[in-house]
Design a protein around this ligand. Structure first.
Ligand code: MN3
Length: 237
């Protein structure tokens, strides 16, 4: 996918800010967003490009980081810039494609950041709490790595193997990720969800899903969303 330059990113942000005066409340949102968080940047590798050889050769690692991961970062910033412009102009027709681009590049950036950070020139040992969790749930580190290797090897098509923490049961899960988005950004902690399975609205709204959504937006428990946001900030501190 072709991605815009940094200059184009700022052009979008500037254009939507300039249009805010005539575009009303949604444009004010985009003006705030234009002055919001800095663009995502490509993190440096935490080791030299030849540090993982011969397991991962220098050329492979350099291309993977400098071109592939960098492309996800550019794509993520581009998607955010286009979303900001769409909010400013009220162009909701583009939201489905832009949501897909956000998930694809957002997950690509998150997963590659984790991937490069969880490799090391020398293998290291898990911390004591992680060891206890692994032994308690899998029996041994060897048992976990056997399952993780099997899960990773059998991902259908492109994807990832993953060890994840599931915070409700406070358990470790070995998961497969097919492709890497499925419209989610992995690692993103849900703060607010809206059920649009038909069971959630069909008796009253039948096929008028947008009416249901418009109505439910007036009943959001934003204080609870705020509480979850605070908890997520503490969790990720
Ligand atoms: Mn990759």
């Amino acid at each position: 996918m072709e991605t815009p330059s940094r200059r184009e990113m700022f052009k979008w942000a500037g254009a939507s800010a300039a249009g805010a005066a005539v575009l009303g409340p949604s444009a004010q949102v985009s003006r705030a967003a234009a002055a919001g968080p800095a663009p995502y940047t490509l993190p440096d590798l935490p080791y030299a490009c030849n540090a993982l050889a011969p397991v991962i050769d220098e050329r492979t690692l350099r291309i993977h980081h400098d071109r592939h991961h960098a492309g996800y970062v550019r794509g993520l910033n581009a998607a955010l810039g286009r979303l900001n412009a769409a909010r400013g102009s009220g162009d909701m027709a583009s939201i489905q494609a832009l949501s897909q681009a956000l998930a694809f590049h957002g997950s690509g950036h998150v997963l590659h950041t984790l991937y490069f950070a969880n490799l090391s020139p020398r293998a290291t040992q898990p911390t004591a709490p992680l060891t206890r969790a692994i032994v308690g749930q899998f029996g041994s580190l060897r048992s976990l790595t056997t399952q993780l290797a099997a899960a990773t090897a059998t991902v259908a098509g492109s994807g990832w193997g993953m060890l994840a923490f599931e915070p409700i049961g406070r358990r470790l899960f070995v998961l497969q990720i097919e492709k890497h988005e499925n419209q989610m950004v992995c690692g993103a902690i849900p703060l607010l969800v809206i059920d649009v399975w038909e069971h959630a609205y069909y008796l009253h709204y039948q096929n008028r899903r947008t009416d249901y959504i418009k109505a439910i937006m007036t009943r959001i428990h934003w204080a609870e969303v705020g509480r979850r946001f605070g908890a997520a900030l503490r969790l990720c501190a």
